[in-house]
Structures are given as structure tokens and as C-alpha cells.
Design a protein around this ligand. Structure first.
Ligand SMILES: *Cc1c(COP(=O)(O)O)cnc(C)c1O
Length: 456
């Protein structure tokens, strides 16, 4: 019998609703707190910064299914469904009896999953009469996705890009500019947050935390301007559940159900996106579907899930954002300059943090060299050069395969969050032996954590 390698859904089977795991969680996440008064925030309190619909989704604890607007579904159809691929090549390279599948989100026009949330966020802004959107970006994947989505709906986009990435990754900047976005290296003199930092340290190379502070400040001080975020928040992860909902149907076509679901973890949106639709069966106790393990793979140099602390912390360096209950390394934590730029964030999404606390998911940390070694093995076996972020999911998959007994036929599903074709400078460094592992001492971690224990 011929083996099927890729599973697609017809357009009519593309999900019409996103899955809101908050409705099924037995213990709901604690609310965000106002950064000044420390009082719980309601959706209305988020309206000045985010689109109203996104604010409502963020705190929606009751509706399990949220309709995907028709205009958004129409845009999804340009690249969805994304293929579910049986990784026969990787299985062979590893000599395993495990059945390995990956969901290939790298086929979006932007090369990663981020467009799944950029489209609805831009759409809701347009619906609500907003004319300008702003955001921050590190490596540039989110900034590029938002720039494109903004152009689709006729919005002006202003992106603050972490200065070191702006200089080191000029192609992602050109991508954003090609879509018509205005890109500013952060820290900049255009905001108070940026000025404050540059006054103290004129050579500051920037961080995501600082860039967020600048983008939020611009949204607050510009009429008809909203801030958008590419990860961490619950509504972003909600939009990403289109990945797992499709994968669930595609796994059914393959006649299998995953024993493990694995994804890399920056703020948690692609992890939640592929995991939560499967996790709903575990939470609600569907027979035969409660055994699945959910594994988040984070970089050893930014280990909020495996070594961080669960507490209220700010999402940005300046402390403008609401305080969020999450696993964090502290909002002043400056991660080493690893090449998986999308995983260099100090905090984990609120929902994933609560699920980890309850033992519904697990986390592993992966060193930089192990991640690229896995990425190169995957590239040679499957032909796709994975994004440095996605390499972490592949490395975690390989680790699990190596733990299996000979002949054990476990079904593993991982998310290929993006391709690495705009990240070849990182592969260059790895191949020429110039990449290093960054070791974090307990002291490095404790230093920033001591400060946040008493924020709320
Ligand atoms: C941004 C990004 C990530 C990390 O973000 P999450 O919200 O944790 O998914 C992972 N992979 C790629 C390719 C990215 O662009």
C-alpha cells in the first residue's frame, strides 16, 4: 500500500471557530492587575490599548467556541489548511518505530504561524474604526506578519524593532517596509520610555521589553491607534488554535491520535495553538484521549518554564503593561543573544502558566547547539530548513524518541512553527562552529526574580 505523506483539509473543513480553553479550565487564570492601582482589570480597562474584541476575548472564561469572522476565514484560505506531514524521513534518520507527524506552519506567506493572529487582530481594529496599529518585534517575524495584515485591511503600521535585530537582520526589516510599515529601531528618541533608556545608556542594543514599552506608549498617545501583540496574551493563543483544530481532523484522517504533542515556547502561542484543542479532551475526560503528554520546548538561556517563578510580573521592562500571573524570569531579565529570537522573552502566557502549575503540561529546556543539531538533521531528512525557534521542538521530539524502547510505536505530533530561510546567518554560524551554548547560573536567575516577588 502506498503511504500517505501529507494530509490536507478541503476549504470547507477549515475551522469556523477558535477554541477557548479558558472556558474548560477547572481553575481559571487569575486576572491581570492594573499596573498602578494593583486592582483586577476588566475587559473595558484594556480597551484604551487593544482592540475591544481582543480585550473581550482575553478575559472570556465562558465561551468555549469563538466564531472566526468570515473576512478572516477568507484570508486564512490563502494558505490554510497547512499540511500535516508524516515525517517518514526523520523516522528513518532516527531509526525509530515511533510515528512522527508535524504540522507545517511554515507554508504561510510569512513563513511562520504568526499570521494566524495578525489577520484577526488587524481585522478587529479595522472593524472598530482604528486607523493605526503599533507593535514591537525582535527577529521580525511578528512585525512582518502584522505589517502584511495591516496592509490587507488598509491600516498604517508602526513597528519598533529591537535595535540589535534591526541592525543584524536587515532582511526582515526590508520585508516589513515592503508591506509599507514604518520601522523604528528601539530604543528610540520618539518615546519617553526610549529617551529614558538612551539617556542612561546611549549604546543600549534594546530588548523586547523596551520595544513593548515604546509601542504601548505610542498607542496610548496617538488617536485611533491600537497596540497589537504577537504572543503571550490569551487572545493571541486563541487565534492560533486553528493549528490544533486542523491537526485534530488531519490526525483523524491518518487514523491516529497523538501520545505526545510538542512545540517550542516563546510566549506560548504556537504551543497553545497546537496543544489546546487536544488538551480539551484531557481536561474534559474523553475516554482514550486523556493520556496525551504536552511538552513545551524552551531555550536553556531563557528558561522561564523550567526555572522561572510563578507570580505577578510586568510584560515589559518599563512596567507599563498590566501585571500578569505567569511563570517569569523577571521583567528586567536580559536573555543572551541566542538566534531563536522569538523565544527570548522573560514571561510565559497566562493560560500555559496555569496549566503548567496544574501539571497538565510539561516543559524541557534545550541548549542552542542541540537545537541547531536537530534542525540540520531535520533539514536533511525532510528538506525544510526549520526556523531556529522550531529547532527546539524538533530537538525535544528527538529526545523523546531516544527514550522509547525498541519497537515502541508512540505517536508524536510536533509543530513546525516556521522555516528558517531568513535566518541563514544563524545556520552559517552554527556550521562554521562559531555558535556557543549560554550557561545561566542560579545566581543570574535569582537576581531578577528577587525583585518581582512583591509586585502584587
Ligand atoms: C515567534 C515565533 C515563535 C515563538 O512564539 P510563540 O508565541 O511561543 O509561539 C516560535 N516560532 C516561530 C517561527 C516564531 O516566529
Amino acid at each position: 500500500m502506498e503511504k500517505i505523506k501529507r494530509y490536507f483539509l478541503p476549504e470547507s473543513e477549515i475551522p469556523t471557530e477558535w477554541y477557548n480553553i479558558q472556558a474548560d479550565m477547572k481553575t481559571k487564570p487569575q486576572p491581570p492587575l492594573n499596573p498602578v492601582t494593583r486592582q483586577p482589570m476588566k475587559a473595558e480597562d484594556l480597551y484604551p490599548i487593544f482592540a475591544k474584541e481582543c480585550s473581550n476575548q482575553e478575559l472570556n472564561m465562558t465561551d468555549r467556541w469563538i466564531p472566526i469572522p468570515e473576512e478572516v476565514r477568507e484570508m486564512y484560505k490563502y494558505y490554510r489548511s497547512t499540511p500535516l506531514v508524516r515525517a517518514y524521513g526523520l523516522e528513518k534518520a532516527l531509526g525509530t518505530s515511533a510515528h512522527i507527524y508535524f504540522k507545517n506552519e511554515s507554508v504561510s506567506p510569512m513563513g511562520s504561524h504568526k499570521l494566524n493572529s495578525a489577520i484577526p487582530q488587524a481585522y478587529y481594529c479595522k472593524q472598530e474604526g482604528v486607523t493605526n496599529v503599533t507593535t514591537e518585534t525582535g527577529a521580525g517575524q511578528w512585525g512582518a506578519s502584522l505589517s502584511y495584515a495591516a496592509s490587507l485591511f488598509g491600516l498604517d503600521a508602526a513597528v519598533y524593532q529591537v535595535k540589535i535585530s534591526y541592525e543584524q537582520k536587515p532582511y526582515r526589516r526590508s520585508i516589513m517596509q515592503t508591506y509599507g510599515a514604518q520601522v523604528t529601531p528601539s530604543p528610540s528618541m520618539s518615546t519617553r520610555a526610549g529617551k529614558d533608556i538612551l539617556t542612561v545608556n546611549p549604546n543600549c542594543q534594546g530588548s523586547l521589553g523596551t520595544a513593548i514599552s515604546e509601542a504601548v506608549e505610542l498607542a496610548r498617545t496617538t488617536p485611533n491607534c491600537k497596540y497589537t501583540l504577537g504572543s503571550v496574551l490569551s487572545h493571541v493563543t486563541l487565534h492560533q488554535t486553528v493549528i490544533g483544530l486542523e491537526a485534530e481532523k488531519q490526525m483523524e484522517m491518518a487514523g491516529e491520535y497523538p501520545d505526545m504533542v510538542i512545540a517550542c515556547f516563546g510566549g506560548g502561542s504556537n504551543f497553545g495553538g497546537i496543544s489546546f484543542p487536544f488538551m480539551r479532551h484531557k481536561i474534559t475526560g474523553v475516554p482514550g484521549k486523556t493520556h496525551t503528554r504536552f511538552i513545551a520546548a524552551e531555550p536553556a538561556s531563557c528558561p522561564k518554564l523550567t526555572k522561572g517563578k510563578f507570580c505577578y510580573d510586568f510584560g515589559d521592562e518599563a512596567g507599563y503593561t498590566p501585571l500578569l500571573p505567569m511563570f517569569s524570569l523577571g521583567h528586567k531579565f536580559q536573555p543572551a543573544n541566542i538566534h531563536a529570537g522569538g523565544l527570548r522573552y522573560h514571561g510565559a502566557g497566562v493560560v500555559a502558566s496555569q496549566l503548567l502549575k496544574e501539571g497538565l503540561m510539561e516543559a524541557v529546556d534545550i541548549k542552542q547547539l542541540e537545537s541547531f543539531e536537530a534542525g540540520c538533521l531535520f533539514a536533511r531528512a525532510e528538506g525544510i530548513i526549520p526556523a531556529p525557534e522550531s529547532c527546539h521542538a524538533i530537538a525535544a521530539t528527538i529526545r523523546e524518541v531516544k527514550k522509547l524502547k525498541p519497537g515502541e510505536e508512540k505517536v508524536i505530533l510536533f509543530n513546525l512553527s516556521g522555516h528558517g530561510l531568513v535566518d541563514m546567518a544563524s545556520y552559517d554560524k552554527y556550521l562554521s562552529g562559531d555558535l556557543i551554548n549560554y550557561e545561566l547560573t542560579d545566581n543570574d536567575i535569582r537576581k531578577n526574580l528577587d525583585e518581582i516577588g512583591n509586585l502584587a
